[in-house]
Design a binder for this molecule. Structure first.
Ligand code: ZN
Length: 435
């Protein structure tokens, strides 16, 4: 399939200056646009839109979701967390959420499953605004947005009431989480009103109910031990609502498009009473006491959404792929063949080791300052894919290495309409600094 290669004479530019008294083993040269080998066939890259290819792996960047929090209080400023309480609570909540996301558990269901518990590569961060010094926790003393009443079917204080969202901050770049209390009068006047741990996602806005009440109420276990339903108790719920915002559906009662999330009775835990007397679900998108297992299919869906250009999910991810980091170097191991058949955002160089082949079939984004190193005997094949920068800047270019004694070089091949864009070394003059 690479039969029509037109080989150009390689015009190496020596960029390594020989050290005193020794000759370097390698020549390293930035490849020029005219030096690229290209082939053309009829098919082009069709891999980018296959969501099933977006399973996070060792090359995937961690996606960090930006959150702001809003403490909704009555006009007198009481009825919910005060400032000191909120700062402590929210930070602990995010910490526990991240512990769960970092410790993905094997699925309980179906019984006997061998569904892998992959690293989620998803974390949460309290965002705020570095420019103004805002810490991301906001207080709103407003009677019209202070309550949730689960008995209200619509309008004020109902589940669907969007009045609180007028206080959202950060535009499209942050998910706003509103901590709203169950209406105290409703609790007092209705003995059967359960101020439960619950929430709802409206995409970039999330409501969590009853966090304050449950944090500062004394509960007792069956053995008589005192406990409260603090941040750990709400962590599964917040991750669940963020899961909705990232594109996941419930799994126990709906077809969520995943084969690895079986329908189930939706038990909070094992009560000993049918149907909750056997193994119960621990999946994040079910209602249960753990919400600590996320399947490969669920991860794949979220990561695909966070990849898609202009998706609401991508906008709330901290764009670390726009800032070069030495620590984020991607290494393609010696003599291996690695295929990127899904979109990739990287925050550092790609180093293709000796004898290795990297095949790019979708889009790879590199930050300004990053380069691809193609070591002797290594190959970079852009097979219908695109290597570019998704931040409006230029990445550095491709550095091809030649072993002087062995006369072995790395090679770069564009096939099936493969493209390199936003390459600084291809420019004839310095890029416009306003870009
Ligand atoms: Zn839900």
């Amino acid at each position: 399939m690479f039969g029509n290669i037109v080989r150009q004479p390689w015009q190496w530019i020596l960029i390594l200056v020989a050290g005193i008294g020794c000759t370097p083993v390698y020549e390293k040269a930035m490849i020029g646009q005219e030096e690229l080998q290209t082939t053309t066939t009829e098919s082009a890259g069709i891999f980018c839109n296959r969501f099933e290819n977006y399973t996070p792996d060792q090359y995937s960047l961690i996606r960090t979701i930006r959150l702001n929090f809003h403490i909704m209080r009555t006009a007198d400023g009481t009825t919910n967390f005060n400032e000191a309480q909120a700062k402590q609570y929210v930070r602990e909540l995010i910490m526990v959420c991240n512990e769960k996301l970092a410790d993905n558990q094997p699925m309980n269901l179906p019984e006997g499953n061998n569904t892998p518990a992959l690293p989620t590569k998803i974390r949460l961060v309290l965002w705020g605004d570095a420019a103004t010094g805002e810490d991301g926790i906001y207080f709103h003393d407003d009677d019209s947005t202070a309550w949730f009443n689960k008995k209200a079917n619509g309008g004020l204080y109902s589940l669907g009431d969007q009045r609180p969202f007028r206080y959202a901050t950060g535009g499209d770049s942050v998910i706003n989480v509103f901590l709203i209390e169950h209406h105290w009068d409703s609790i007092r006047n209705n003995p059967d009103y359960n101020p439960s741990t619950s929430g709802v996602s409206f995409g970039k806005n999330i409501k969590l109910f009853g966090a304050y009440h449950n944090r500062y109420t004394d509960f007792y276990t069956n053995e008589g031990n005192l406990y409260n339903k603090g941040p750990w108790y709400y962590s599964g719920l917040l991750n669940h609502e963020v899961g909705h915002s990232l594109g996941l559906s419930h799994s126990w009662n709906t077809d969520d498009g995943c084969d690895d999330t079986p329908k189930n009775p939706g038990c909070w835990g094992n009560t000993g009473v049918p149907p909750c007397d056997g193994v119960t679900s621990n999946n994040m998108m079910d209602y249960n006491g753990c919400q600590c297992a996320i399947t490969p299919c669920q991860l794949t869906k979220m990561h695909f959404n966070m990849w898609k250009e202009n998706s609401s999910q991508r906008k709330v991810v901290d764009p670390v792929w726009c800032t070069y980091s030495n620590a984020q170097k991607v290494t393609i191991p010696r003599d291996s063949t690695v295929v990127f058949d899904a979109g990739r955002d990287f925050a550092g160089d790609i180093d293709i080791m000796e004898g290795a082949t990297l095949i790019v079939r979708c889009t790879v984004s590199l930050p300004a300052g990053a380069r691809i190193k193609v070591r002797p005997g290594a190959q970079l094949i852009v097979d219908g894919g695109l290597i570019t920068n998704r931040c409006g800047e230029y990445w550095e270019g491709i550095e091809v290495w030649t072993h002087r004694k062995l006369e072995i070089s790395g090679s770069v091949i564009l096939s099936n309409d493969g493209k390199l864009e936003m390459v600084k070394s291809f420019l004839t003059e310095e890029p416009d600094s306003t870009l």
